[in-house]
Design a protein around this ligand. Structure first.
Ligand code: MEV
Length: 334
């Protein structure tokens, strides 16, 4: 019998952005980290390329915050996007060359908010659904990992893991073993995201941190140990619903990130502004060197978001629900 699912006209998919509550960078060196999905994310619509559209390979049309038209012959496309397109064609076969993919979203790119992981996961979900061959959880993770490697060099995997799972997770990658576990947050949490200048890329930030680490190996090992311990305390505070403790731990994590030299004057200013305006805690999120801060608030967050905007910084509010969405099991080896 004919496979009806392979005849869908279009497929739609979505993937959320992410923020790291504690453990960015340290996670690359085996420390535990905690990440949460954002309400803002990336939407993708996949259909067949109209006959009047000329394109070599699939045509990706970025709308809103994303890039313009990208296909395999676009001269203006960043090289890693072209490699990502080639990877998609290799994965889904020659039929992928006839696809028209609209990308839209509310996630500013290059700000440590997981835009590349969200784009990768949304594309993989959308294209596989269009062909009527949805990917298993494991295959989605593998392909997202390959795309993130194209975008970021050697990622720990925390970004696409939280984007795929869509709930708060603990994450640790050590000695080739990857552990990923759900964290049940006792009370709903509200965070204000303040957007600073773009960072110079995760790959670059991770490589430069490694250069510094080589010069100060023992001190960096201690900082990573401290961040690992903070992640343990943060998990406890989240599960017990200790709001002010979560905020204090975020402030401590920011201190560590400053010691690792991934903060900037602008990020420090945004954190300070958030704390002065009643936030329980604030820290940069993601690779640093620019990007964004997250601030935990006790209220709906709109006043702080407006304060950021008044001072010229884009801002949005995001919530984390009080219940874990999925049971991920104890440990996965990928
Ligand atoms: C980027 O969101 C998080 C980093 O720790 C890099 C990684 O884990 O791949 C900076």
């Amino acid at each position: 019998m004919e496979n009806l699912r392979s005849h869908v006209d279009s497929a739609f998919s979505y993937a959320p952005g992410k923020a790291i509550l504690v453990g960015e960078h340290a996670v690359v060196y085996g420390a535990r980290a905690i990440a949460m999905p954002l309400l803002n994310g990336v939407r993708v619509a996949v259909s067949k390329l109209p006959s009047d559209q000329k394109s070599v390979g699939p045509l990706i049309r970025g709308m809103g915050l994303f890039l313009g038209d990208i296909s395999l012959n676009s001269s203006s496309a960043p090289p890693n996007f072209l490699l990502a397109l080639e990877y998609l064609v290799k994965t889904f076969g020659a039929r992928t060359n006839e696809l028209f993919v609209l990308v839209d979203g509310s996630l500013p790119p290059g700000r440590g908010l997981g835009s590349s992981a969200a784009l990768s996961v949304a594309l993989l979900r959308g294209i596989s659904q269009y062909f009527g061959e949805p990917l298993s959880h494991e295959m989605l993770w593998e392909h997202a990992s390959a795309l993130e490697t194209i975008f970021h060099g050697r990622p720990s995997g925390i970004d696409h893991s939280v984007v795929i799972h869509g709930s708060v997770i603990g994450f640790q990658r050590r000695d080739n073993e990857l552990k990923l576990w759900p964290i049940k947050v006792k009370h709903p949490l509200t965070f204000v995201v303040g957007i600073a200048s773009p960072h110079a890329g995760t790959k670059n930030a991770v490589a430069r941190l490694n250069d510094r680490r080589m010069r100060h190996e023992r001190m960096y090992a201690r900082l990573f140990d401290g961040l690992d311990e903070l992640a343990g305390l943060m998990e406890e505070a989240l599960t017990l619903g200790r709001l002010s403790q979560i905020g204090e731990l975020m402030n401590m994590a920011q201190g560590y990130l400053n010691a690792l030299s991934v903060s900037t004057a602008e990020l420090e200013r945004l954190c300070e502004l958030a704390r002065k305006n009643g936030a329980l805690g604030a820290k940069l999120t993601g690779a640093g060197g620019g990007g964004a801060v997250i601030a935990l608030t006790e209220n709906d967050g709109h006043d702080l978001a407006n304060t950021f905007r008044t001072l010229g910084f884009q801002s949005f509010v995001t919530n984390v629900s009080g219940t874990a969405v999925k049971n991920l099991g104890e440990s996965h080896a990928y």
